[in-house]
Ligand binder design. Structure first.
Ligand code: FES
Length: 254
């Protein structure tokens, strides 16, 4: 089934770290068909803000018909969403993007910063041995929720959480190995992971959702170079929000 646009009821919202919010909405029709690594677009009630905001799906509960979205406040749109409470509804469209392909026997799941939330539903659904590597700036969030699904390793820029440095530093420090990598986070992190995977012959699925702006193919802010000519545009580029956000390492350039 294709994407849907609907009015979703807000069930609850909590600030789980500084300017990072966890929003639970009732959106049964979208939850029914959503996959890990996909995202939804949230629409502002302020009609002067026409472009929606793409937000990754952190958890999908098909039984309850709910989606959990964890996002960082980065501008007026997300600031408005952060004020939503259980009295409110919100316009939502989804599920969008391609999501992760579940594969491999020994996975390394890597989330950096606000790229951590989509890795939670993936960690739940992926049925194999899992090392989960989470990279923070200086404040930890969501990490204890990963504990039931694999061995969790941490790194932080400030050095106050886990290994001081990047997620790649943690992978080296702990000698973490696997036959498939799943990653989402800031572009420099994804570039380093992609280079590491290609150099070591490891399959890597990389979610580039950080590059997205409108999420609906309208602003072209998300275009990245691809190795092959794109069937849609006939040039060597891909829109992260349409053809992604998940790509195989080597498929796109950062
Ligand atoms: Fe605007 Fe992709 S995010 S075109």
């Amino acid at each position: 089934m294709d994407k849907l646009k609907m009015t979703a009821k807000v069930i609850r919202q909590d600030e789980i770290a500084y300017e990072i919010y966890s929003l639970l909405i009732s959106a049964k029709e979208i939850a029914d068909i959503a996959k890990p690594g996909q995202f939804v677009n949230l629409y502002s009630a302020d009609k002067s803000r026409l472009l929606p905001r793409p937000i990754s799906i952190c958890e999908i509960d098909k039984t309850a018909g709910t989606l959990r979205l964890v996002y960082r406040v980065v501008g007026d749109g997300t600031k408005e969403f952060s004020a939503l409470t259980s009295d409110h509804t919100i316009e939502v469209m989804g599920p969008l993007g391609n999501g992760f392909t579940l594969e491999g026997k020994k996975a390394i799941i890597i989330g950096g910063g606000i790229g951590i939330p989509p890795m939670l539903e993936l960690s739940k659904q992926l049925d194999c041995e899992k090392s989960i590597v989470l990279g923070f700036r200086d404040e930890e969030f969501l990490s204890e929720e990963f504990d039931p699904y694999g061995t969790v390793y941490k790194s932080s820029d400030a050095g106050n959480i886990g290994v001081k440095g990047t997620v790649m530093d943690a992978i080296k420090e702990y000698g973490i190995t696997g036959d498939v990598i799943y990653a989402c986070g800031p572009i420099p992190m994804l570039r380093a992971i992609s280079d590491y995977a290609l150099a070591n012959g490891i399959t890597a699925q990389i979610s580039m959702e950080e590059k997205m702006a409108c999420g609906i193919g309208a602003c072209l802010a998300c275009v990245c170079k691809s190795k092959k000519v794109d069937e849609h545009s006939k040039v060597k580029n891909k829109r992260v929000c349409k053809e992604g956000p998940v790509f195989y390492a080597g498929e796109v350039e950062f």
